[in-house]
Design a protein around this ligand. Structure first.
Ligand code: SF4
Ligand code: F3S
Ligand code: FES
Length: 248
């Protein structure tokens, strides 16, 4: 049955903004993005929202709904009661471009800082061989749709602009871990994870994993194993001596 929902949507740009109230029709089976589109079609044609697939696969429609980071296209209206006010705000960690659209270029900067896959020299494409268990580990990380909800949620940068320069965020620390654990990657990424990508900032609160729409176990399967490798390197006396002698 259709009903009128109370929506509160953040409107503004990087200099100023406010929450504005709307009453808008909701039909059975709709998601929050449908309601935002109805607002655009009927009341607020200039409301800015980024979206693309409406299927939870492009990672474009990330925002915060009642304070929780979510994909607009994957949040069913049936999540809320009919008399509940649904508040939609842009991701808080990134600068607002307009309304619900944020500038996520921080993430692309961090992506570029991770050196790419480095296969051993002399192995041609097609000659790579991997165990199934290694394939599956990479596949979990490769489910990432780059929605940046984890990056938006992590407290290290959420209200701490000053940490952004030195912290890659969970998505890109996961990329470092993926490559470090890849059996065919010949680069040593352990020291860089700690010293350049800011792994030490992470105190494994797991908030990143909780909001991931792909249900990737970012903390358990990427960040903690990476921290273990850093600790092994640091506290293994033979490795420590090698570091001292050969400055790895
Ligand atoms: Fe989004 Fe999950 Fe990828 Fe983070 S790891 S960017 S939450 S899909
Ligand atoms: Fe941040 Fe996730 Fe670590 S939320 S503190 S990167 S476990
Ligand atoms: Fe593509 Fe929501 S529109 S994930």
């Amino acid at each position: 049955m259709a009903y009128e929902a109370k929506f509160r949507v953040w409107r503004g740009d990087d200099s100023d903004g406010e929450l504005r109230d709307y009453l808008v029709e909701v039909n059975e089976g709709e998601v929050v993005l449908d309601i935002i589109h109805r607002l655009q079609a009927t009341q607020t044609p200039d409301l800015a929202v980024r979206w693309n697939c409406k299927a939870g696969k492009c990672g474009s429609c990330s925002a915060e709904i009642n304070g929780r980071p979510r994909l607009l296209c994957m949040t069913r209206m049936s999540t809320f009661t009919e008399d509940e006010t649904v508040t939609v705000t842009p991701m808080r960690t990134f600068p607002v471009v307009r309304d619900l659209v944020t500038d996520v270029s921080f993430n692309y900067t961090k992506a570029r800082e991770v050196p790419s896959f480095a296969p051993p020299p002399g192995v041609a494409p097609g000659e790579y061989r991997m165990l199934q268990v290694d394939v599956e580990r990479s596949q979990e990380f490769r489910k990432c749709i780059e929605c940046f909800l984890c990056q938006n949620t992590c407290h290290v940068v959420r209200d701490h602009e000053e940490n952004k320069e030195n912290f890659a965020g969970p998505r890109y620390l996961m990329r470092v871990a993926e490559l470090e654990m890849h059996p065919l990657d010949s680069a040593d990424r352990v020291a860089a994870a700690q010293d350049e990508h800011g792994l030490g900032f992470c105190n494994i609160t797991k908030c990143c994993s909780e909001v991931c729409p792909e249900h990737i176990a970012i903390t358990d399967n990427a960040l903690i194993p990476m921290k273990e490798r850093v600790a092994d390197r640091k506290y293994d006396p033979i490795v420590w001596l090698g570091d001292k002698l050969f400055r790895r």
